[in-house]
Each structure stands twice: as C-alpha cells, then as structure tokens.
Design a protein around this ligand. Structure first.
Ligand code: ASP
Length: 368
C-alpha cells in the first residue's frame, strides 16, 4: 500500500494529492534529519553508556592515597622518599591481599588505613597535624557501597585509629556521625583503643605549627590556614572493589595545621571526602577541605558516573581539574568504579598514591 494512501484529502484532485504528498514527504525528511542530528549530538554519551553497561567482568581493585599538596622532588630527601614508598606499598598490599583472601572492601579499606594511621609519615593517626591550640584533632569516615551504610567521627583527641571507630559507628550504632567526647565514650564501650594525647605528638608536625604561628605573628594576620593552602597534605584514604562486586571507601586525617575553633574538614563528611555506592563508584579525597565540602566532591564524582555514564577518569578530572580548580580549591581524589576501573586526579603539585595494576603489580607514585 502506498505510504500516503491512508491520508484522505478534502478535494481529491490529482493536483492536490501530489501537493500534499510533497508536503508530507518534506515533513518526513525534516523529521528524519532532526533525528539524525540528535543521535549525532548524543553519540558520545550513548557510546559511553554502552561501554559502561557492557558485561565487562569486574575485577578486584584497590587504591590508596597518603595526601595531596606541595610535594616537590627538590624538597624530599632520597631517604624520606624511600620511607614513603615503602609504607604506601605495605598498606596497599595489605589491603589487596585481604581482598584476594575474600575479605570485604570495608575490611581492606580499614586494614590499609590502620597501617597509614600508625605511621608518623602521614597526617592521620600518629602523624596528625596540630591545631591552633597545639592539639591533635582527628577525623575519619568510611562507607559501604553495598547498602550505603556509613560511619564518621570528628574532633577526636585520644582514638588511636579513627577509621576503626568510624567503622564501629557504621556497623554497631544507629548513627552515622559522632564527634568529640561522645565519640570517645562510644569507643570505650566498643573496646576500641584509646591512647594518651601525647601519642600523636611528632616533632615535624609541631615544627610546622610553630612555623605558621611565627609567620602569623610577623605578618600580623590571623587564620593563615584559611587564606592559603598550607602544609595540608598527608591525609590518608583507600577505595576498594571486592570479590562480591561491592565498593567501599574510607578517609582519615588530622585536618589542617593551625585549624581553629573546632574546625572540621571534608574527610569525615560523607559525600565530600568519602563516598561509595555500588551503582557508581567509591571515592576518597584529600585537599583543602572547605572546598571539598562546598562542592560535595566525592558525591559529585559518583553523580557524573551514575547519571552521565562518564568514564571514571573523565569524572574525576572534571570535578578536580575543572570544578574544584575554578573555585580556587586544591587537592585530589582516588576512585574506583563497579567494574574495577580506576581514576586518579589532583591539581596540586603532588599526591602520595598507590594502586594495584591489572597485572597485580603495586604502583606507587608521588609527583605529578
Ligand atoms: N582534607 C583534609 C581537611 O581539610 C586535609 C587534607 O586532605 O590534607 O581536613
């Protein structure tokens, strides 16, 4: 049956029939051209969506970071660099081996972060920076991508491993976030290790605080830490994809040197410094916390993957190198998606980071 024969015309003359036919053909062609144009414009995202949804076999994935900041080759001794590399590799492989042994992503994240917290090299646990009053005040958070359960702690003075307390909040309390004395009270009830405040004291972090205080005094300005990124590297974090295909992320920090008035950064904020969702990815961040909070960095990355199907590296670069950069913030993230694809992005001079590559080999990197 001819395509247009279904149309009835008011005057069935041959001329009008032809005219109508031409008009309808033109409409049909215009509609087809419009459809082609739309498909062409969307080509990129259709392709990416197909890529993301293709039955790619998930694999174990594990990544850690030890903070981002002004880390230059020139300001690092060979001995110090060796120590950083060794500790990062130790933490990385401890977490990865746990995953290989069938432990969960949450287990792997906690294991690796505990090792970094116990090392004075990093601004978390033992090597935490000092606040303005000369105290160490620790924050941490952890998230399970399987059920979106999460735990966070902030303003701690006596918890040896804040990530372990964050996990206890997630798994053994009805809450998501606990702070200060209350969190420490909960830790006691849960038999989590408390230490004397002196445990966190290190010469290097003390000197860093004295240096900032001196500069503040000389310049007669207050709150330098808030005006300028300063010595804010060393926060630690980990992201994992386990054998069950579940994602997990965790972050632990001493915050920023010279922080004041109960300041809390992004590290214990779910969606800012830490996020995990089996639908999209797991993210742990490090950097200037105020900006990470305002941009909801970790959640923003997950959103780019969940709704726009961006490949993970594009998603982390978009949020760090464009959005964060544009706001004037700095720092970096590690991220892994539900297939085990990994992404790293930072706009600072360096970032302590390590991951296990597709051949199971540990890769440790520090500089740009
Ligand atoms: N993000 C942390 C904070 O603002 C600091 C860091 O990552 O070094 O508390």
């Amino acid at each position: 049956m001819p395509l247009l024969s279904v149309v009835t015309y008011p005057h069935n003359s041959r001329f009008e029939h032809k005219k109508m036919k031409r008009i309808l053909s033109m409409i049909l062609i215009a509609a087809l051209l419009h459809l082609c144009g739309t498909l062409y414009a969307q080509k990129g995202s259709f392709y990416e969506l197909k890529q993301l949804q293709s039955p790619q076999k998930p694999r174990l994935a594990f990544m850690i970071h030890g903070g981002a900041g002004t880390i230059r080759r020139g300001s690092m001794t060979a001995e110090k660099e060796k120590q950083y590399r060794a500790k990062l590799e130790e933490a990385l492989m401890a977490g990865y081996k746990a995953l290989q042994a069938g432990k969960t992503g949450v287990d792997a994240v906690e294991i690796a972060i505990n090792i970094l917290e116990d090392s004075p090299l990093f601004n978390a646990g033992k090597g935490a920076v000092f606040n303005h009053e000369g105290k160490n005040e620790l924050d941490a958070s952890i998230m399970n991508g399987k059920d979106l359960s999460a735990g966070a702690v902030a303003g701690l003075h006596r918890i040896k491993n804040p990530i372990t307390l964050a996990r206890a909040v997630m798994e053994r309390s009805p809450h998501v976030m606990m702070i200060g004395d209350g969190a420490e009270q909960f830790a006691k009830e849960q038999n989590i290790t408390l230490v004397d405040e002196k445990y966190f004291w290190t010469q290097e972090r003390w000197d860093a605080l004295q240096q900032i205080l001196k500069e503040e005094k000389e310049k007669k300005v207050s709150g330098r830490y808030a005006d300028e990124p300063y010595n804010k590297f060393g926060t630690v974090g980990a992201v994992a994809l386990d054998k069950n295909g579940d994602l997990a992320a965790g972050t632990s920090t001493g915050g920023m040197t010279n922080k004041k008035f109960g300041r809390v950064g992004d590290s214990p904020i779910i969606g800012a410094g830490t996020y995990a969702n089996d639908n999209s990815c797991a993210v742990s961040g490090t950097g200037w916390g105020e900006f990470f909070i305002r941009l909801s960095v970790a959640r923003e990355i997950a959103t780019q993957i969940e709704y726009r199907a961006l490949p993970i590296q594009d998603a982390v670069d978009l949020v760090i190198k464009q959005k964060l950069q544009k706001m004037g913030g700095d720092g970096g993230v590690i991220a892994v998606d539900r297939y085990g694809n990994m992404g790293i992005s930072f706009n600072s001079e360096g970032m302590y980071r390590a991951y296990v590559d597709i051949n199971g080999k540990p890769i440790v990197e520090i500089y740009k």
